[in-house]
Ligand binder design. Structure first.
Ligand SMILES: O=C(O)CCC(=O)C(=O)O
Ligand SMILES: [Fe+2]
Length: 395
């Protein structure tokens, strides 16, 4: 019972890949300077669901110290291959080659490696986090008394080193999903990923020879003016309305799971032209078709208010099955592919919910990065999970 993604994308075999242009280039960040750390263009790029690429964000001496710390800690056996290890080289798990990470507990351990450089770096990331909360107008990225800030301590961000051995890669994915798309576990977390960041640590990396590019799948068509990706009042984005000739812009689709009705119903909306929400789906009870393979087809058929909207709707990342996983290797016809080389000092930033990406297989050499996610507190649970809440709580 499968509906593989019947999208024209599945027929595309030639991929037109763009090398990243540093359209968001900013001079090396000047941490003594007051005011914003990045260019206006960089913030807008993130808010549009694209990737902001900032070469030479950190001075090379800083990068060298971070890389040496990562390599020493890896050499001393402090890295872990995570649950994502099955993404590994040729699908075969090999701990010597696979993606390995230094977990937060080890990162924070003052007795391990060069804690001074990690603390300095944490302070830098705390500064960046504050800057992003102001310039992206995401105050919840930096509320002093929030779980998101308290949880991660210095740097206030999920933070780690990563190492990809030769041949390792990471399949296409997004870093965060709406709570309703994560089944029962979705509502159990106090915080959620908001901004994904990476700073690469590799001298003289050449993607043509060394592979290991971060490949991003950006929307080809621009979104409606004034709209932004990610979330609205805590309702995460789950999809898009494609552009049409009569409405030639893309519109992010958000899922409202907090509807205060006794049935715990949810519904999808886009930004209304004059502000507020324009609901585009029926009210429906939270349903596994949102994360089942084939769910996109069923969502279009069963849940949308009108056929016009139904044909435009698609998930940010369609629910996966073994078959759709295999079919989805090519980018969608409405996506543009952008590759970023993991060069020493390059900072990348993107919305954790909106931008699908993958890491192409590395060749010949190890690929080092420091990376993580800045969190916001997850929205308050109202009627979303009947399993977790007594009915009486659904007021
Ligand atoms: O290493 C990278 O460039 C990206 C890694 C990534 O996508 C992830 O850890 O979620
Ligand atoms: Fe990722």
């Amino acid at each position: 019972f499968l509906f593989p993604r019947l999208r024209p994308s599945n027929l595309v075999t030639m991929v037109n890949v763009q090398k990243v242009k540093f359209t968001t280039a900013v001079a090396a960040a000047d941490f003594d300077r007051q005011g914003q750390l990045l260019s206006d263009e960089a913030y807008n790029t993130i808010l549009e669901g694209r990737i902001a690429v900032v070469p030479n964000f950190l001075p090379s001496r800083f990068i060298q110290e971070l890389r040496a710390d990562a390599q020493n800690l890896h050499g001393d056996g402090h890295f872990t291959t995570d649950a994502l290890a099955s993404y590994g080289s040729n699908g075969n798990f090999d701990p010597s080659k696979d993606r390995a990470v230094l977990k937060l507990q080890q990162w924070k351990d003052v007795n391990l490696g060069n804690i001074r450089v990690r603390a300095d770096f944490g302070a830098t990331m705390a500064r960046l986090r504050q800057d992003l909360s102001e310039n992206l107008r995401r105050p919840d990225l930096a509320q002093p008394d929030s779980a998101a800030v308290a949880k991660y301590g210095n740097g206030s961000t999920e933070i780690s080193y990563t190492r990809f051995g030769p041949g390792a890669f990471l399949k296409r994915h997004v870093d965060e999903h709406h709570e309703e798309l994560k089944a029962a576990a979705g509502w159990s977390k106090p915080t959620r990923r908001s901004i994904s960041w990476l700073i690469y640590l590799n001298e003289e990396w050449d993607g043509d020879k060394d592979g290991g590019q971060l490949r991003c799948f950006e929307r080809r068509t621009r979104m409606a003016r004034g709209t932004t990706v990610g979330s609205r009042q805590g309702d995460l984005q789950i999809g898009w309305l494609r552009a049409t000739t009569s409405d030639p812009v893309e519109r992010p689709v958000f899922l409202d799971a907090r509807r205060n009705n006794p049935d715990g119903n949810v519904a999808m909306y886009v930004d209304a032209v004059n502000g507020g929400q324009q609901y585009i789906s029926k009210l429906f009870h939270s349903h596994p078709i949102l994360y089942m393979s084939g769910g996109e087809y069923l969502t279009q058929k069963l849940l949308m208010q009108s056929p016009e909207v139904a044909v435009r709707f698609h998930f940010i990342e369609p629910p996966k099955s073994k078959i759709s996983d295999w079919l989805a290797q090519s980018p969608g016809f409405d996506e543009q592919v952008l590759d970023v080389d993991p060069k020493a000092g390059t900072l990348v930033l993107f919305d954790s919910v909106a931008l699908p990406h993958e890491v192409l297989a590395t060749r010949r050499r190890d690929r080092w990065a420091t990376s993580g996610w800045m969190h916001e507190d997850q929205q308050t649970v109202y009627g979303a999970s009947e399993d977790a809440l007594p009915r009486a709580a659904l007021t």
